[in-house]
Design a protein around this ligand. Structure first.
Ligand code: FAD
Ligand code: NAD
Length: 158
């Protein structure tokens, strides 16, 4: 099977979009990720999957912590920035919870300690133990068939 067929099939699974953030010696790194799921209620665990080439891998290994910021429909520019899809670099202002950077105006900031890791092919799965959560009301940014969507565009299409 070729890669395009696999990606097209995975793209049929509509997801939200997150930016994973962490900070090493006060320097913040962010990376867009849609491979995110809830895993366990007791203890409270979530999972993210990060490609082996992503610089974020080395940084999380050192910090042992990360935050999953669930993006709102107003934050597509941040998704593109942290996926390396914008030509120009931008300065982003983060809020801080202790030593952890979080993206303001996200639908949720889910703070985690690394609980377990598992190398799976060309990605590493990070299971995070949730230590703190902040939430806001709003509509989500969506990703479907390789394109950004929102709930309103879906309603209009229907
Ligand atoms: P870099 O390429 O170094 O960083 C990414 C970008 O963020 C760069 O442009 C950098 O300048 C910018 N940046 C980082 N920190 C800051 C900061 N503090 N201030 C301002 N800018 C900053 N990949 C996965 O492995 N797993 C996934 O689940 C996943 N899901 C994705 C979902 C979507 C919708 C998209 C579009 C991409 C997804 N990717 C995923 C791909 C991933 O986002 C990119 O490959 C990413 O560029 C890899 O990041 P990196 O750690 O190598 O960091
Ligand atoms: P796309 O058509 O590549 O993505 C559709 C779906 O395929 C994604 O939602 C994801 O489930 C899957 N996918 C894509 N690349 C993957 C990878 N390297 N490993 C595992 N699953 C993958 O959409 P696009 O607009 O071309 O994506 C933009 C960029 O972001 C591409 O470079 C893509 O590889 C990357 N991306 C990576 C992941 C990931 O690593 N899990 C997820 C989404 C997008």
């Amino acid at each position: 099977m070729d890669d395009r067929t696999f990606r097209n099939a995975m793209g049929k699974f509509a997801t939200g979009v997150t930016v994973i953030t962490t900070a090493l010696n006060g320097e913040v790194r962010g990376m867009t990720a849609n491979a995110f799921m809830s895993v366990s209620l007791d203890p409270k665990l979530i999972l993210i999957s990060i490609g082996e080439k992503a610089k974020m891998n080395e940084i999380i290994k050192q910090t042992g912590k990360f935050t999953v910021n669930i993006l709102s429909e107003e934050q597509q520019d941040l998704s593109m920035l942290f996926a390396g899809q914008l030509k120009e670099k931008q300065n982003v202002t983060f809020d801080w919870v202790g030593d952890q950077p979080v993206l303001p105006n996200s639908l949720a900031n889910i703070l985690c300690d690394v609980y377990n890791t598992h190398v799976a092919g060309d990605h590493t799965l990070y299971i995070g133990k949730v230590t703190d959560i902040y939430m806001k009301d709003g509509d989500p940014l969506l990703f479907f068939e390789g394109k950004y969507r929102n709930l309103a565009s879906h309603a209009n299409a229907g």
